[in-house]
Design a protein around this ligand. Structure first.
Ligand code: CP3
Length: 358
């Protein structure tokens, strides 16, 4: 796949282009020599070399320094032998460029200074201009493309998950304020989601122009919605988002957590690959998303226990896939703090040794 000719800065072709990398083949549903594997949240969290960098720079500082961002993105590629790199940023990264003041609090997550709860709050959000707002990150993408032996995944938070942070003002268990806005002020909700979709398309377009080879949309909190709310209050926005990125010339991964009851809706909204968490058997998830490639789906907490448990269930995930093309091995959610990087490395080897497609 190539980027449309109208892109001002096309992704670098030539030595760094690798359409035959097994990760990209699997994402496109093609056969592979070994099942590709990477881990959500593979950078940060588990790696001592990341902690060392965090001693002298905050997360926000890392994302605003192209060299540091490149280093942190490549750390897990070197140590773990994964088949893809994921750009080091946070889902909240583009919010600063929309005029939202926030901080990322250690061990807690993003905290928004002035939550967005009224029509006036939505109207005050600025249009997102990636070249002005995230220039160092875009520069990091071209540095990573030059240095990385494996494809680079760009990403963005999905509009519902971003809205949860914006409306709640921080992490939440039940998303009560967000859902209250959705139901009490449906027009304000629709305007907020519309702003977020527009910003996210611009953000992902800029990442692709700078060189990312796949994009993943993280809808981490969407599992909190009923299928009816998803269909009425979210689906049209997700559809517009995926239509907006469909023409960018790179494949997309659509990921969520706790999504067993809304997988068909998610898949119909878009995404070349659908993320599955561990609450659904991979074979069942594949059946629901009908012919689409899938990514997943080992329970990340297994990695906090003995290797035997990891091995047993990783083999089960591979058996569930039954050597079909279009499987990217991953955890069902991100690597948990406290995970031993050696277990991750062993898991990569196991997947490479035992998974493949026919
Ligand atoms: O390795 C990678 O996956 C790339 C980097 C990345 C980060 N955040 C860096 C980060 C990615 C892909 C994200 C996405 C993200 N951020 C999501 C979606 C994925 C998911 O896990 O559901 C969400 C919901 C967030 C919001 C967020 N950012 C939370 C809840 C937290 C605190 C808890 C924690 O430890 O992750 C953050 C902070 C954050 N983002 C860290 C990292 C490495 C924490 C460590 C630090 O402060 O250095």
């Amino acid at each position: 796949m190539t980027a449309p000719a109208s892109q001002p800065t096309a992704p670098p072709a030539g030595p760094a282009a690798r359409p035959d990398a097994r990760f990209l083949r699997a994402v496109r549903g093609q056969s592979v020599d070994a099942t590709p594997v990477w881990f959500m949240r593979q950078a940060g969290r588990a790696l001592p070399e990341y902690r060392a960098i965090r001693e002298r720079a905050t997360l926000l500082e890392i994302t605003r320094d192209a060299a540091l961002c490149t280093e942190v993105t490549l750390q897990p590629v070197r140590r773990l032998g994964v088949d893809a790199a994921i750009l080091f940023a946070d889902i909240t990264t583009p919010l600063a460029g929309m005029g939202v003041a926030f901080d990322i609090v250690e061990g807690r997550g993003p905290v928004i200074e002035h939550p967005v709860r009224t029509d006036a709050d939505v109207a005050a959000l600025r249009a997102f201009e990636p070249e002005a707002a995230v220039a160092p990150l875009l520069e990091a993408i071209s540095l990573i493309r030059r240095e990385s032996p494996v494809p680079l995944i760009g990403f963005a938070g999905a509009p519902f998950t971003l809205a949860c942070y914006l409306v709640e003002g921080g992490p939440s268990r039940d998303f009560g304020k967000t859902k209250a806005l959705m139901h009490a002020e449906p027009e304000t909700w629709a305007r907020l989601l519309d702003r977020l979709v527009t910003a996210t398309i611009a953000y992902l377009r800029a990442q692709v122009a700078a060189g990312v080879e796949t994009v993943q949309v993280f809808d981490s909190w969407v599992g909190g919605l009923s299928p009816l709310d998803y269909e009425r209050r979210l689906w049209p926005h997700m559809r517009r988002l995926f239509e907006g990125i469909a023409g960018l010339g790179v494949p997309s991964i659509h990921f969520g957590v706790g999504t067993a009851g809304i997988l068909a809706l998610q898949a119909s909204a878009g995404g070349d690959v659908i993320g599955l968490d561990w609450r659904v058997a991979l074979s069942e998830g594949r059946r629901i998303v009908g012919g689409r490639a899938v990514q997943g789906n080992l329970d990340p907490t297994l990695l906090l226990g003995p290797w035997e448990g990891v091995e047993e269930q990783a083999r089960w995930v591979l058996e569930q896939n039954a050597r079909r093309a279009g499987h990217v091995f991953n955890l069902g959610h991100g690597v948990l703090p406290g995970t031993d990087p050696d277990q991750l490395r062993r898991l990569v080897d196991l997947v490479h040794d035992h998974g493949a497609s026919l």
